[in-house]
Design a protein around this ligand. Structure first.
Ligand SMILES: Cc1ncc(COP(=O)(O)O)c(C=O)c1O
Length: 367
């Protein structure tokens, strides 16, 4: 059976009839930049994330970058985050002028380990960026207490966590600001690139609104230098269509994750992902741990099942961060996870038959 890691075509085919008439209207009106579709999506997403403001942007990377610039990062300022994230998290810190400082992860949840944060705080530390990896929010209460004690801001990297909840509160409302990605493969993915910032801080929202539009306060009047970081009307319209389906899709993801848990329970050599108490994950990825990960991945591929690695090499071991001089062994949990983690196919359209086939195949291979 052929089971792709992601099946975006399945989703697009069902939405075509909803999206195309709106795109036709946008083409006819030629209102591509800004306008009602962008504003409407921003209002909808702000409501969904219990935030006062949503700023639609052209990527999750710019969402992070604009937040850090708006928070006034200065050269040498340090920002704490995890080594097991997509490089966009740390690129944004560096490109805003700061320096990423890594802290290891909790071996059960794969998110920032609060117990290790204080040892990494220096007089130069300005903030903490927990990454809600695979759709599960980090331990936000503990992180917030530490941040308050040291007068630091907390920014959520919620790029994988649309509709995730922490103690009944949605991701996107748990820090000073949050960054979301609408890259096509995300739980809420658009038909190209897009992202957003959510925040309830009016000053931050106003600065980011300027930053995304060349620092303009009104046409051709620039309060500062900014960027071209806007989300366009075609993407915003597609996002509003998809947003209506997101709760149902997220429920399907949660059901599929539950089926994986049931079918892969108690298998020697396989560790299932843990959900921390009070967490309702968005189930962006279903990631298991295996001793012989590479062999299992290869054997699954032979059966037609595509799996993924998130992520194969922690950031501190990437060539891009060689200048930080962080040798192997610096973050043992993240390093061990990088060798053992395997992401299974997980998307709303996955069928029971496909899930059973994946699980039966894993059992057979492990035997
Ligand atoms: C954790 C994390 N942060 C940031 C990003 C960057 O988002 P984008 O690809 O929209 O720039 C992504 C998406 O790939 C991500 O998964």
């Amino acid at each position: 059976m052929n089971i792709p890691f992601l099946d975006l075509k399945a989703q697009n085919s069902t939405l075509k009839q909803e999206i195309l008439p709106i795109w036709e209207e946008i083409l006819d009106s030629a209102a591509f930049i800004g306008g009602k579709y962008v504003t409407t999506f921003e209002e909808e997403f702000a409501t969904l994330t219990h935030s006062k403001y949503c700023l639609a942007l052209n990527s999750g990377t710019d969402a992070l970058r604009f937040i850090f610039i708006a928070l006034g990062l200065q050269p040498e300022d340090e920002v704490i985050t995890v080594p097991n994230t997509f490089i966009a998290t740390t690129e944004a810190i560096s490109q805003a002028g700061g320096r990423p400082v890594f802290v290891d992860i909790n071996p059960r949840t794969y998110t920032l380990d609060p117990e290790k944060i204080e040892a990494a705080i220096t007089p130069k530390t300005r903030g903490i960026v927990p990454v809600h990896l695979y759709g599960q929010t980090a331990d936000m209460d503990t992180i917030t207490v530490i941040a308050k004690k040291h007068d630091l801001w907390v920014v959520e990297d919620a790029c994988q966590a649309h509709l995730a909840e922490y103690k009944g509160r949605p991701a996107g409302s748990l820090g000073r600001a949050a960054a979301f990605s609408f890259y096509p493969g995300k739980n809420l993915g658009t038909c190209g690139d897009a992202g957003a910032v959510t925040t309830s801080d009016p000053e931050l929202a106003a600065t980011i609104a300027m930053l995304r539009d060349h620092g303009q306060t009104r046409k051709y009047y620039h309060a500062r230098e900014g960027y071209n970081g806007r989300c366009d009307a075609l993407q915003a319209a597609a996002l509003s269509v998809k947003l209506k389906h997101l709760p149902k899709w997220t429920e399907a993801r949660r059901r599929h994750a539950q089926r994986y848990r049931e079918l892969l329970r108690d298998l020697p050599g396989l560790t299932l992902p843990k959900t921390a108490p009070g967490n309702l994950p968005a189930c962006h990825l279903f990631v298991i741990q295996l001793k012989n990960r590479d062999l299992v991945m290869e054997a699954l591929a032979k059966k037609g099942i595509t799996t993924g690695l998130h992520y194969p090499l922690p950031l501190h071991r990437q060539q891009a961060y060689a200048h930080l001089r962080l040798p192997t062994g610096s973050f043992p949990v993240a390093e061990a996870c990088a060798q053992r983690l395997l992401s299974l196919p997980l998307y709303p359209e996955l069928s029971e038959e496909q899930i059973v086939f994946v699980c039966d195949s894993i059992k057979e291979i492990l035997r």
